[in-house]
Write a protein that binds this ligand. Structure first.
Ligand SMILES: NC(=O)c1ccc[n+]([C@@H]2O[C@H](COP(=O)([O-])OP(=O)(O)OC[C@H]3O[C@@H](n4cnc5c(N)ncnc54)[C@H](O)[C@@H]3O)[C@@H](O)[C@H]2O)c1
Ligand SMILES: O=P(O)(O)OC[C@H](O)CO
Length: 353
């Protein structure tokens, strides 16, 4: 049997960590994987040098993951097609903003037998309807696509702190391959046959993390308030999944991709952090704060909040999801941060006896 060739598409904060996980395991399973892990790097000049060359010579992603040495079997490639040609496993770890263009470039150009995975936390709206990133990948590349999501803040995983992740994959054989590719003793994986819910949870929790940041920044309440927002947000995540994916399995919400990621992100993620500052800096736009605070890394929560709002508005369902609604309207400055809490105090949950 020929060895699986692996390409990681995206070399940002998480993409770099994921490349490390894969590079450790391709060495661990030499009869299964080609030991080299190919990393597509969107080329940038950093202090006069090409980022791909810096990664290949120093093994440090100086722009997106400073201070951590990556395994030297990672090969950075700035040409998307060259990075993916002949690959058997394609792992998409780019900010959602760039996925349409990347998929378009790869159209009809990947191995027919390849399998894909998305680690992107977001979804798109196409013709007014919700469209999963995995669907875009399946449609454009004509390959199956699973999802890996979890309470996985990149800084903790690169330091090898213990955590879990969830693979949503309806094909048992593919699940086994993906688990071997990413699992380590500090990064434990559970596989569930509920691809859509796993992917949706990764997207939706970012909106609740923004809400948590708004509570922190506006000092609208204590830990009690924040815990309440997280709980109500969790309920909205479940209701939203049930509405748009009727086959969603309730047990998936107890996996790392849902409850654990919601907690991790509401305390430690970038969406929370930027929303906290946003609440305190009324004269600055979200884009300015994102650039200043993240220096090239991208927020996924505001795009998802806007997408959720447009879907719900089209179906006159906005009022049933007060946190999703209030986050979007606050982040686009349609309502002042001071009104955020008022919007969520009248939650449908409280009209149930
Ligand atoms: N960072 C985390 O802790 C973390 C953890 C789990 C999942 N995720 C998810 O993984 C996905 C990727 O996040 P990340 O943290 O790796 O990225 P990031 O936020 O660090 O974003 C930077 C990435 O965008 C790329 N980029 C910039 N301009 C580009 C362009 N014009 N075309 C193509 N690429 C371009 C950069 O090369 C880099 O790979 C997101 O959906 C995120 O939610 C992130
Ligand atoms: O830093 P955030 O808010 O993009 O969240 C990062 C990850 O999704 C946490 O699992």
């Amino acid at each position: 049997m020929s060895l699986y060739k692996v390409t990681i598409i995206g070399s940002g904060n998480w993409g770099s960590v994921v490349a490390k996980l894969a590079a450790v395991n391709t060495l661990k399973y030499p009869s299964l994987f080609d030991y080299k892990v190919y990393l597509y790097v969107y080329e940038e000049i950093v202090e006069g040098q090409k980022l791909s060359e810096i990664i290949n010579t120093t093994h440090v992603n100086v722009k997106y993951l400073k201070g951590h040495i990556l395994p030297d079997n990672i090969v950075a490639i700035p040409d998307l097609f060259k990075a993916c040609v002949g690959s058997d496993i394609l792992v998409f770890v780019l900010p959602i903003q760039f996925i349409p263009n990347v998929c378009y470039q790869l159209r009809y150009r990947v191995k027919k037998t390849a399998i894909a995975m998305t680690m992107i936390k977001g979804f798109n709206v196409e013709d007014g309807r919700l469209s999963l990133i995995s669907n875009t990948i399946r449609r454009e590349l004509n390959v199956p696509c699973a999802a890996l999501m979890g309470a996985n803040i990149a800084e903790g995983v690169i330091r090898e702190e213990f955590c879990e992740a969830t693979i949503g994959c309806n094909d048992l054989q593919h699940s086994e391959i993906f688990k071997k590719l990413f699992e380590t003793k500090y990064f434990r994986i559970r596989c569930v046959p509920d691809e859509e819910t796993v992917e949706m949870c990764g997207a939706l929790k970012n909106v609740i993390a923004l809400a948590a940041g708004l509570v922190d920044g506006s000092r609208a309440g204590s830990q009690n308030t924040k815990a309440t927002i997280i709980r109500l947000g969790f309920v909205e995540m479940i209701e939203f999944c049930k509405r748009y994916f009727p086959n969603t399995r309730l047990e998936t919400f107890f996996e790392s991709c849902a409850i654990a990621d919601l907690i991790a992100s509401s305390y430690g993620g970038r969406n929370r952090k930027v929303a906290e500052y946003f609440a305190n800096e009324p004269e600055k736009t979200l884009a300015e704060l994102e650039e200043e605070m993240l220096q090239g890394q991208k927020l996924q929560g505001p795009i998802t909040a806007a997408n959720i709002y447009s879907i719900l508005e089209r179906e006159s369902e906005v009022e049933k999801f007060p946190i999703f609604r209030a986050v979007h309207l606050t982040m686009i400055k349609k309502i002042p941060v001071s009104e955020f809490m008022l919007c969520v105090q009248n939650h449908p949950q409280h009209s149930i006896l």
